[in-house]
Design a protein around this ligand. Sequence first.
Ligand code: VGL
Ligand code: ZN
Length: 207
Amino acid sequence: MMRALLLVDIQNDFLPGGALAVVDGDAVVPIANALMPIFEHVVASQDWHPADHGSFAVQHHGFEPFQVTQLDGLEQILWPVHCVQGKSGASFASALEVAGIDHVVRKGMSPLIDSYSAFFDNGHRQATGMFEHLRAIGVDDLFVMGLAADVCVKYTVLDALAAGLATTLITDGTRGVEMHRGDTTAAIQAMQAAGASTVVSESLLGR
Ligand code: VGL
Ligand code: ZN
């Protein structure tokens, strides 16, 4: 089988101090750096919103971050402004060894729809090109890690499984937003129930 490592949204705004900080989110960076050299292929996604993206609470009069509304017919959690195209919050974590990444897809560019998965927007209306890339390089065995476990990592893993890829979540390589306590555990259970395997990075590194 041909393996690839997929790094989901390891960006400044999801690290401690960022606009949509994930507790302990920076802990995934050294794990990504250690794993990259042992994979044949390393790909990454980057949340990449226009400044007026419809997932931002400030775009909705009377709403606060983490409230829920509708966006173009889909239920939408409203977020703080984050990962704005070209801003430092949207950059990959500064400690991430980006030279090890072979291919990046950006997502969340259309103002009227959010895109949690690295493969499709939330309505499965448009693909990001990541499947086409993985198919072109012959990947059938995908290892996923990054941020956030209960949002973008979860939907990335579910889409990969639905497309027939053998998919493994690297459990110590992810952390959750935890809007509600237990969201991360529930997300990992949902990924496993859909067919995901789980592994800890140490076992991949042979330690
Ligand atoms: C993400 C919320 C909004 C993520 C992206 O990368 O998990 N979460 N946009
Ligand atoms: Zn986003």
